[in-house]
Design a protein around this ligand. Sequence first.
Ligand SMILES: [Fe+2]
Length: 295
Amino acid sequence: MSITVEPVKPHIGGIVRVSPDHLLDDETIETVQRELETRGVLVFPQIDVSDQLQLAFTDRLGDRVNFTRQVPGSDAETPDVYKITLDRKLNAEPDYVLGTFFWHIDGITIDQPLPKATVLSARTLSASGGATEFANLYAAWDLLPEDEKREYEGLTVIHCVEAAVRPVHGHPSEERRARYKAMAAVMEQPLVWTHEDGRKSLLLGTHADGIVGMPGPHGRALLARLQQWAAQPDLVYTHKWQPGDLVIWNNQGLMHRVVPYTDEGRVMHRTTIAGKERPGRPARDANVERIYQVA
Ligand SMILES: [Fe+2]
């Protein structure tokens, strides 16, 4: 047995012990795939991978995807490795990174199968802040009272970048809004996603802008309440990074955010594993305000 997984909390988190020499072994890959479904987020403490090994690990788990190829921070010299940093020399527009201070699911505002999993490795840490929090959206669904489950199933939620960056800018300029609009689609996603394997999870995050057929304030209030529910302490794992840590999480069943930091020296390397399931579709109307009024 070259790999062990130790649970962190009943609903979320696992600490994986494996040598980097065995990271690409069949046993490791099978264990990681299985535990991603049950533990949601897996930590490989101080495993210290190179970009090359991180990409090889990513490729063993599925198809590699780079949904941020067009955004600043994508490095043409290291294809498919996205550098998450506030350092303007590495990332000319850190606004996109500031959005990670708020709960989100990677790639949910893009018209493509929802990315299956995200791999993140710590290269340089910040002096303060910078921990990453993960919330289990499968458990958030499972633990809801039955009457609420009945109320929510069948609801459709609008997700867009504009909503995701609203807390970053408060009042973005027209020019900035146009830029973000061009970057990603306005998507309709089910509030309750029934995965192909029959499991259900909530799809939530700051990018959730409103609910189809529900007045804006009512939809946003419900989404805010559900986000708070899903982020209850028992369902959340907070990872305080050590240099060389690698973390992988099930992006289809978890939302995540980073504890705010200002240190421009912090650098994380991200790779992404493509999903096969597409829970949503582009919005039926570019004017979302009209969507909220339609019953
Ligand atoms: Fe993210």
